[in-house]
Design a protein around this ligand. Sequence first.
Ligand code: B16
Ligand code: MG
Length: 213
Amino acid sequence: MRKYDGVIFDLDGVICFTDHYHYLAWKALADSLGIDFDESKNDRLRGVSRMESLEIVLEGYHGTPLSDAKKTALADRKNALYRQSLQTMSPKDLSDEVRDTLNELRSRGLKLAIGSSSKNTPLILERIGLAGFFDAVSDGNNITRSKPDPQVFTMAAEMLRLPAEKCLVVEDALAGLQAAAAGGFASAGLGPAAQSGEATYSLHSFRDLLDIT
Ligand code: B16
Ligand code: MG
């Protein structure tokens, strides 16, 4: 009997790599506010929602207190810069390895979903040529609590009409692996998350998924 009937993929850091674009946009915002911001701080933003990311960036802010409206305006400014970068993406930003593995998983009869914190998920999927590909898309637009809360994955599983124990979550972020565990999902860790000890399976590469599904 098959171990999993569905796979729920995180987007940024798993299906494609927009983290450098996030970095450039946060860096530009931080510079304009006189805040120190580097790649290591950017790593703390993986899988974390936009407003929670802003709070992490603002840890280095020592100016006059910011109202909620001002914070929203700052997040909007960052997002506008980020979306400009996303416009440069194309189907070439989807690797052959990811495309071939997704197709192979589907041909094995597995249901495939996205479980991403990003509100820009629809735009990213369209840019990389995957709009309409997934059986379900759960993202920052349909959740009220972000990772490490399991809501984004629980809703993806519901959309697939599968119980958590029949779905495997694929993640690059610690917050995402914690979310998977909290929701009762097995997880496969890629990149930094693979070394955290939180993942059910640690993958060296995306195609390793074919060995555990
Ligand atoms: P947005 P994921 C996450 O995507 C990113 O890793 C994280 O850095 C970002 O802050 C978050 O999406 C929200 O993104 O500003 O586009 O709504 O890894 O969950 O696919
Ligand atoms: Mg991610």
